[in-house]
Design a protein around this ligand. Structure first.
Ligand SMILES: Cc1cc2nc3c(=O)[nH]c(=O)nc-3n(C[C@H](O)[C@H](O)[C@H](O)COP(=O)(O)OP(=O)(O)OC[C@H]3O[C@@H](n4cnc5c(N)ncnc54)[C@H](O)[C@@H]3O)c2cc1C
Length: 585
C-alpha cells in the first residue's frame, strides 16, 4: 500500500463565527460517522459548511429530495455531480471483495467529492442516501466555476478533496490492486505510474505472500506476466503498459478531445504545469498532453531544496501533485500516457497527433517536453537515483559529499564544471570518461583546471559497470577498458553528467533547433534562421516563441535553458503572456 503524503495545506480564512476544526469534529463528526482511522483531523477531511456557505453553494445547484437507499453516484462511473447535504444523510460506500463498507456518513452541511471532482475521472466510492432528506446537486462544471470565484469555499473544498485523496491512498481504497515483486522493474514502473498520478492502489507483494503465487500459477499467470493489475475489481491486466492502465482506470475519459483549444501544452513537467495553471487561471481553454505521468524530471527528485518558498524542501511528486490540482481547479484538462507523436504544423489551427488517439487542435502550442538525461547503463541505476546518483552538481549535492570521494561521469563541459566545483569540498573527484582524453569534448580552460587540481583524478577509457548498496549507494565498480580490469571502490556519490537529450524528435523539423535538438526561441532566432523557416509575420518572434508563430518552447527543451525547476516554472508562466498576444493578433 502506498504511504500518505504530507500535505500541510494553507489554512482557510476562517469565519470568526464558525467552529474551530476541533469543535467542528465534536459537533459534526461523531466517531460513528467516520469508520476509518484518519491521518488528518476529521473536521478538515469532512468539514461542515455554515448556513451562509451552504446558501452560496445552493446558488450554483438545484435542491432535490432524496430517498433512503437511492444511489447518487456509483464507484467506477464518471463523476458528474457534487452534493451538499441539506437534510438527511449520504453514505460513502466502498465495495470490495470483502463486501460493503460504509467509510463515512455525511450529514447536513457536509459535502461529497474528492480530487476526481476536478478531473472528472471515475468515482472511487459509491454515494448512497442514508436517511431520506434533501441535497443540493451541483454539476461538475458549475462547481469548477464556483471554486474559481469564491475563494473561501475554494479553500475548504480544495483542502477536503486533497485530504480525502490522501486518505484513499493511505487506505488503498482504490479500484486497483497491483500484484508484483519489489525486485521487478515492471512492478516498480507500475507503482511509480500510479503514485505519480496520485491514484490509490493496494499492493500485494509476491515475495511475502506465497499463497498469491500459487493463485497466479493456478490461473496460468507466468513470471513474464508479472506485474498483474486488477483494475475496477474485475479486469485483469498482465504486465500492462502505462497506456493500458490509464485506459482501464479511465484517466482520460472526461477529456473532450474534439474541441479546438486556445492552448495545447505538450508535457506536464514543471514548465508545462506552470503554463497550464497560468493559462487556465487567465480564462484560456487549456489541454495538456503528457506521455508518462505529471512531474517530469522533477517528479523523480526526492527532495527539491532550491525551489522558492519551500525552505525545508519538497519532493518533486508533491510539487507536481499540487500543481496539477491547481491547474485542474482552474479548469485545465490533462491527458495521461498520451504523448504527442507528430506535429501537424503546416496550417492553423495547429494539430497534434496523439499516441493511440485522435488529433487534437489548438490556436497556440506550448512545447514543454523537457529533456531526458542520458543515463548510465547499469542494471539497478533507478534504485540509486537521488540516493547516490545525481544529475546536477549544486551546493546541495556538494554538501552531501563533503570530504568524501566522488565520481563524475562524462567528458563534456558540464562534467568538467561539476568536477572543478565538487573538488572544492570533496576529498577526491574521479572523472570517468570512455574516450582516451578530454581534448575532443571539453573546453581548454576546464581541462587545464582539471589537470592542475590535485584533488581530481582523470580516468580515461573507463566506465562504471556496477552500483551496490542497501538504501543508498555504497560501492561503485568501474572497468578500465584498456586492461579489462574491474575494481570496486567504497564511493557513495556518482554524478552522471553525460548530457541531456531534448525530447523533440516528434517535431520533425517544424521549428528551428540547434545542432543538439534544443528549440531556438525569441532572441536566439537570427534573421537567417527566420528566413530559412519562412517566418511569415512583420514582427519578430516574442520571447520564448519558436520559429513558428504561436508556438512556444519552455523549460529544459529550450536552447539556453538553465535546468532548474524554478526557471522552467517561470518560463511556463511567461509564455502565457505572449499566448494572449498571439490570440489577439
Ligand atoms: C533527479 C533529478 C533531480 C533534480 N533536482 C533538481 C533540483 O533539486 N532543483 C532544480 O531546480 N532542478 C532539479 N532538477 C532539474 C529539473 O527537474 C528540470 O530542470 C525540470 O524538471 C525541467 O522541467 P520541464 O518541465 O522543462 O521538463 P521535464 O521535467 O523534463 O518535463 C517534460 C515532460 O514532458 C513529457 N514529454 C516528453 N515528450 C513528450 C511528448 N512527446 N508528448 C507528451 N509529453 C511528453 C515528459 O514525460 C515529462 O513529463 C532535477 C532533475 C533530475 C533528473
Amino acid at each position: 500500500m502506498t504511504g500518505a503524503r504530507d500535505l500541510s495545506l494553507p489554512k482557510t480564512g476562517r469565519n470568526p463565527n464558525s467552529p474551530s476544526d476541533e469543535e467542528s469534529v465534536e459537533r459534526t463528526s461523531p466517531k460513528s460517522d467516520v469508520n476509518v482511522t484518519l491521518s488528518a483531523p476529521a473536521g478538515q477531511v469532512f468539514p461542515t459548511l455554515t448556513p451562509e456557505q451552504v446558501a452560496r453553494v445552493a446558488a450554483h445547484g438545484r435542491l432535490r429530495p432524496v430517498r433512503g437507499g437511492e444511489v447518487l453516484a456509483s464507484a467506477g462511473q464518471q463523476v458528474e455531480s457534487f452534493f451538499v447535504v441539506n437534510a438527511g444523510s449520504i453514505e460513502l460506500v466502498r465495495r470490495s471483495e470483502k463486501g460493503e463498507e460504509i467509510v463515512a456518513v455525511q450529514r447536513p452541511g457536509q459535502f461529497t467529492g474528492e480530487i476526481n471532482m476536478l478531473s472528472g475521472r471515475q468515482a472511487l466510492v459509491t454515494l448512497r442516501v442514508g436517511e431520506s432528506g434533501e441535497v443540493i446537486d451541483v454539476k461538475r462544471d458549475d462547481l469548477l466555476a464556483l471554486v474559481q470565484t469564491d475563494s473561501e469555499l475554494s479553500d475548504i473544498f480544495m483542502r477536503a478533496f486533497i485530504l480525502r485523496r490522501v486518505e484513499l491512498i493511505a487506505h488503498g481504497f482504490g479500484d486497483a490492486v497491483l500484484i508484483g515483486s519489489s525486485f521487478c522493474q515492471g512492478t516498480l514502473r507500475v507503482k511509480e505510474f500510479l503514485t505519480r498520478n496520485g491514484h490509490p492502489y493496494t499492493f500485494v507483494d509476491l515475495d511475502r505472500d506465497s499463497g498469491v503465487q500459487d493463485l497466479l500459477d493456478r490461473f496460468g499467470v507466468g513470471v513474464g506476466d508479472v506485474p498483474v493489475l486488477i483494475c475496477r475489481q474485475n479486469v485483469v491486466l498482465r504486465n500492462p503498459s502505462n497506456l493500458e492502465i490509464a485506459d482501464c482506470l479511465g484517466f482520460n475519459e472526461a477529456v473532450d478531445q474534439a474541441r479546438l483549444r486556445d492552448i495545447l501544452i505538450i508535457g506536464a513537467g514543471p514548465a508545462g504545469l506552470a503554463a497550464a495553471v497560468y493559462g487556465a487561471s487567465e480564462g484560456l481553454d487549456v489541454l495538456v498532453l503528457e506521455s508518462e505521468a505529471p512531474g517530469g524530471q522533477a517528479g523523480s527528485s526526492s527532495k527539491i531544496e532550491n525551489y522558492l518558498g519551500f525552505p525545508t524542501g519538497i519532493s518533486g511528486q508533491e510539487l507536481a501533485a499540487r500543481a496539477l490540482t491547481q491547474a485542474e481547479k482552474f479548469g485545465a484538462e490533462l491527458m495521461i500516457a498520451k504523448g504527442a507523436r507528430r506535429f501537424l504544423c503546416e496550417r492553423r489551427p495547429y494539430a497534434i497527433e496523439i499516441d493511440h488517439g485522435p488529433r487534437v487542435a489548438a490556436q497556440t502550442i506550448v512545447i514543454a517536453t523537457g529533456a531526458q538525461y542520458r543515463r548510465l547503463r547499469v542494471e539497478n541505476l533507478a534504485r540509486f537515483e537521488g540516493a547516490g546518483v545525481y544529475y546536477g552538481a549544486t551546493p546541495v549535492e556538494s554538501q552531501l559529499c563533503r570530504d568524501e570521494e566522488v565520481v563524475v561521469v562524462g567528458g563534456g563541459n558540464s562534467a568538467g564544471q561539476a568536477a572543478v566545483f565538487l573538488a572544492q569540498t570533496a576529498k577526491r573527484v574521479h572523472v570517468l570518461v570512455r574516450a582516451t582524453g578530454l581534448v575532443e569534448s571539453m573546453s581548454r580552460y576546464l581541462i587545464r583546471r582539471i589537470e592542475t587540481n590535485p584533488a581530481i583524478v582523470l580516468r580515461p577509457r573507463t566506465e562504471i559497470v556496477a552500483l551496490e548498496g542497501a538504501n543508498h549507494l555504497e560501492r561503485v565498480s568501474w572497468r578500465d577498458n584498456e586492461t579489462g580490469a574491474v575494481t570496486t571502490h567504497d564511493i557513495q556519490h556518482v554524478f552522471s553528467m553525460t548530457g541531456a537529450v531534448p525530447s523533440t524528435s516528434w517535431l520533425e523539423g517544424c521549428v528551428a533547433t540547434d545542432e543538439k535538438g534544443f528549440i531556438k526561441t525569441g532572441p536566439d532566432l537570427s534573421d537567417e534562421v527566420l528566413a530559412a523557416s519562412r517566418w511569415p509575420l512583420a514582427r519578430r518572434p516574442y520571447l520564448l516563441e519558436t520559429s513558428l508563430p504561436g508556438v512556444f518552447a519552455v523549460g529544459d527543451v529550450r536552447r539556453g535553458n538553465v535546468k532548474r525547476v524554478a526557471s522552467a516554472v517561470g518560463e511556463g508562466s511567461i509564455a502565457i503572456t505572449f499566448v494572449h498576444e498571439v490570440l489577439h493578433e
